[in-house]
Design a protein around this ligand. Structure first.
Ligand code: C2E
Ligand code: MG
Ligand code: MG
Ligand code: MG
Length: 278
């Protein structure tokens, strides 16, 4: 009896596995199509000055308008993109959209602030990365100084001279580099010291319980102190309320980003905000 039951369970299990394998196979193909068919889109979240009075930049965040599942956020499809090796292609697609949008903003007489684009480890090790970036800048007549590239610690943890060269070339193009989700990864302070980063983005998990959590206060303070000593600036991610904002301002945090100010929005909404704010 128990044996039969076990076999039966195993069968169900197999069915589940093949169903989910099919689903992920379908998703993979849909994702490839989405990248070429413009079913993906780029949203922008403004980044505020330390006094929270002005927009000094924005971050490009990818979205997928799925025909049957509706709106998918990165957490719902980026893992698949990583798994099937599509993430670098997705990153380059986003980068091109951003360059197009910067050009469009200029054509409309709007000054789009510096745009930060997330770059995966896969995109970072693409030997053609700097060529591709250069071509995009040229094609859309975008200055390197209009772009910032964000990478997580894990993407820069290896001590490779190729990585060093790539980052230095990007900096020579005028592009700023920031470390995303700072404090959550496996990088080292040596990387931070040797690589040409200009910005640290403190992960939202450290900002969430400020200023109530003494631990988070200590961690954030030490990041701010270290950044100051190293001459890099700090963005606090995920600022949602007045208490967080006040504390971060008192500690001299350079930039603020979070739902307290703006949620990520489509390009045209950002353009409206820029017109209103100006
Ligand atoms: P991230 O780069 O750390 O981006 C910040 C995330 O925090 C965004 O989530 C943003 O919507 C969210 N966020 C901002 N302010 C707040 C806040 O006040 N409260 C809360 N609860 N959340 C806030 P999103 O758009 O879902 O993106 C998640 C992650 O997906 C990003 O984290 C980034 O790691 C990745 N990602 C997004 N777009 C791209 C892309 O084009 N390429 C790559 N490689 N990764 C991307
Ligand atoms: Mg980011
Ligand atoms: Mg982040
Ligand atoms: Mg994050």
């Amino acid at each position: 009896q128990a044996k039969a039951y076990g076999r039966r369970q195993a069968q169900y299990f197999n069915q589940d596995v093949s169903a989910s394998a099919k689903a992920s196979f379908l998703m993979e193909h849909q994702l490839i199509e989405a990248i070429s068919n413009h079913d993906l889109s780029v949203f922008y979240q403004p980044i505020m000055s330390g006094d929270a009075q002005s927009i000094v930049g924005c971050e490009a965040l990818v979205r997928w308008q799925h025909h049957s599942l509706g709106f998918l956020s990165p957490g719902e499809f980026l893992p698949l993109a990583y798994e099937v090796g599509l993430i670098a292609e997705l990153d380059f697609w986003v980068l091109e959209q951003v360059c197009k949008d910067i050009k469009l903003s200029r054509d409309r007489g709007l000054a789009m602030p510096i745009v930060a684009v997330n770059l995966s480890a896969d995109a970072l090790v693409d030997p053609l990365l700097t060529d591709k970036v250069w071509d995009l800048l040229e094609q859309y007549q975008v200055q390197g100084s209009q772009l910032e590239l964000e990478m997580i610690e894990d993407a820069i943890k290896d001590d490779s001279s190729l990585l060093q060269q790539t980052l230095e070339q990007l900096v020579r193009m005028g592009i700023k580099l920031s470390i995303d989700d700072f404090g959550t990864g496996y990088s080292s302070l040596l990387r931070l010291k040797n690589l040409p980063f200009t910005t640290l983005k403190i992960d939202r998990s450290f900002i969430e319980d400020l200023p109530k959590s003494a631990d988070d206060c200590a961690i954030t303070l030490s990041i701010l102190g270290m950044a100051k000593g190293l001459g890099v600036s700090v963005v606090a991610e995920g600022v949602e309320n007045d208490e967080q904002e006040r504390w971060l301002q008192q500690q001299g945090c350079n930039y603020l980003q979070g739902f307290k100010y703006y949620k990520p929005m489509p390009r045209d909404d950002l353009f409206k905000v820029l017109i209103g704010v100006k």
